[in-house]
Design a protein around this ligand. Structure first.
Ligand SMILES: NC(=O)c1ccc[n+]([C@@H]2O[C@H](COP(=O)([O-])OP(=O)(O)OC[C@H]3O[C@@H](n4cnc5c(N)ncnc54)[C@H](OP(=O)(O)O)[C@@H]3O)[C@@H](O)[C@H]2O)c1
Length: 498
């Protein structure tokens, strides 16, 4: 295959593997999985002997492949493929047509895999609605397709892993009846972002940060994911989920564990995940009576975002006009351990905000004595900002002297972009698919982590479930005054990304 303009990727090449995608006719496959596999193949990370077996229903092979080809052009324009290149690429595709419910589908899949001699490894990617995960695992189990007698057999599932603690426990229990925990890869695409992994390198490959990384120097930490888009076509999911479940229970809490964890003894999946779960175990249980003080729930009204007039959440297609689902959620958590006692962790996320940006803000304590406070521009508390998206990198906000015959201070930002030379930043799905194929589960959630993070937000879900109203904010603004109360006693208050 032609090299294209993809820059080289660094990493261990995979073994020959059969890559089975359930839901191969769906959006995730077209938008993320196939572009990631094409890119991995082009840069030598995917073994040329890997085959892709799509399980789908109701389409011919031609229609399916044409949709995937369009997906490459639409979602990965940096990977252009002309008809001949595409034709060559598709020689590694097989299609199994059938319903996920039908035993015949798994029989056909078994035959398709048997016909691909010489490859005993298999990855089964569930790009399907979560209510089908157990059915697929049962189908694989019944046909003996999950048995690791020769090569590996790994099953990848996408969040949500349950909708509350009870359903998460049930899902874990059902899957663990059919598969070993080591075979289950619960993907959190946030952890596949290179900038998130870079956080670990910044923390544990440098000696200047770690001495500051505790309650003695840090006032509070903010972990955020702001989006300017609305719910798009996801009303059905969002009405049931809301921002707390959609973003905080999963992505932001996972990032929090990486920020707060102790150094692992080695960089292996279980050593890292053992440290992450200790953080979750140390999160102080939220009392029902504290929910109003420790959380904010809000919903976007109409407004203007990126110079375009946008409608209110309740006017979106598929949303009930009296819906009180939150499109903005914030939670103030405390980690009761030696390192973080007294340091609030504030996790917040929202849709239809002024811009799309995801950050970790480490806000330091004020200097103990301020020499310059009498002047017009009082110094700010220092912040170390890890920008996860877009423009990945770190910024250090400092105070500097204003030029001239004065000791007035001004704000100065030291910027260190993650990729200075325009080098390729891998898409999260490339990173995570590569990790599954090479058996590195470090960035995937273990069953105990999933259950613990649900148990942390369970009191909030319980308190919110009977609410009859929700705070409204104007789309395209940060106008949520309730956030000021959430940041009570936090130096510098709410950091609204600029
Ligand atoms: N799309 C994304 O960017 C994205 C990002 C993160 C996570 N996810 C997660 O990835 C999963 C898939 O999402 P998606 O956006 O790709 O959804 P989607 O476009 O609805 O695709 C799901 C696929 O599953 C197939 N399917 C459903 N029931 C089936 C059945 N009984 N038998 C056979 N096939 C069946 C559907 O087939 P039909 O087309 O024939 O209905 C469809 O092709 C979800 O868990 C989602 O939360 C998606």
């Amino acid at each position: 295959m032609q090299e294209g303009k993809v820059t080289q990727c660094i990493g261990e090449p995979t073994e020959p593997t059969n890559i089975v995608i359930f839901g191969a006719g769906g959006d995730l496959t077209k938008r993320k999985l196939i572009p990631a596999l094409v890119k991995m193949l082009r840069c030598g990370l995917l073994h040329t002997d890997c085959k892709i077996i799509g399980v789908l229903k109701g389409r011919t092979r031609e229609v399916w492949l044409e949709a995937l080809h369009q997906g490459i052009n639409q979602y990965a324009p940096e990977l252009p493929m002309d008809a001949q290149q595409w034709q060559e690429f598709t020689t590694r595709f097989k299609m199994v047509s059938g319903d996920l419910e039908s035993d015949q589908t798994y029989l056909d899949l078994s035959e398709a895999l048997e016909s691909l001699e010489g490859r005993t490894n298999a990855m089964f990617y569930c790009a399907i609605p979560p209510n089908w995960y157990t059915t697929v695992a049962a189908g694989l189990h019944k046909q003996g397709l999950a048995l690791e007698t020769e090569g590996f057999r790994r099953v990848v599932i996408e969040k949500p892993f349950g909708m509350d603690l009870e359903t998460a426990r049930q899902l874990n229990h059902d899957l663990q009846e059919l598969l070993n925990e080591s075979q289950i890869y619960r993907i959190d695409h946030y952890l596949g972002k290179e900038s998130v992994q870079n956080l670990l390198v910044y923390r544990f490959a440098n000696s200047i940060l770690e001495p500051l990384w505790n309650r003695n120097f840090i006032d509070h930490i903010q972990i955020s994911a702001a989006e300017s888009i609305g719910i798009e076509y996801r009303a059905n999911y969002y009405e049931k989920s809301g921002a707390l479940r959609d973003m905080i229970q999963s992505h932001l809490m996972q990032v929090m564990t990486l920020v707060a964890m102790e150094p692992p003894v080695e960089f292996t999946a279980d050593a890292v995940r053992d440290e992450k779960i200790k953080v979750l175990r140390a999160v102080r249980q939220i009392e029902t009576s504290s929910v109003p003080h420790q959380t904010v729930a809000a919903q976007y009204g109409s407004g203007t975002v990126n110079d375009e007039k946008t409608k209110a959440y309740v006017a979106e297609d598929g949303v009930s006009p009296d819906s009180v689902s939150e499109t903005f959620a914030a939670v103030r958590l405390h980690i009761d351990n030696w390192r973080w006692q007294g340091v609030p962790f504030i996790l917040w996320t929202g849709k239809r905000l002024p811009k799309r940006v995801s950050e970790i803000v480490i806000r330091f304590r004020k200097p103990p004595f301020n020499l310059f406070d009498t002047h017009a521009n009082p110094p700010i508390a220092n912040s170390l900002v890890f920008r996860l998206h877009p423009d990945e990198g770190i910024f250090l906000r400092m105070n500097a002297k204003m030029p001239g015959l004065t000791t007035d201070t001004k704000r100065m930002v030291m910027r260190a972009p993650y990729s200075e030379d325009g080098a390729d930043v891998s898409d999260a799905y490339e990173v995570l698919l590569h990790d599954v194929l090479t058996g590195d589960a470090t960035l995937f959630s273990r069953a105990d982590e999933v259950e613990k993070s649900w148990s942390i937000i369970e009191p909030i879900l319980n308190a919110w479930k009977d609410r009859i109203s929700v705070v409204r904010y104007r789309a395209g603004t940060w106008d949520i005054p309730e956030m000021d109360a959430l940041f009570e006693n936090c130096v510098g208050g709410w950091h609204k990304p600029s």
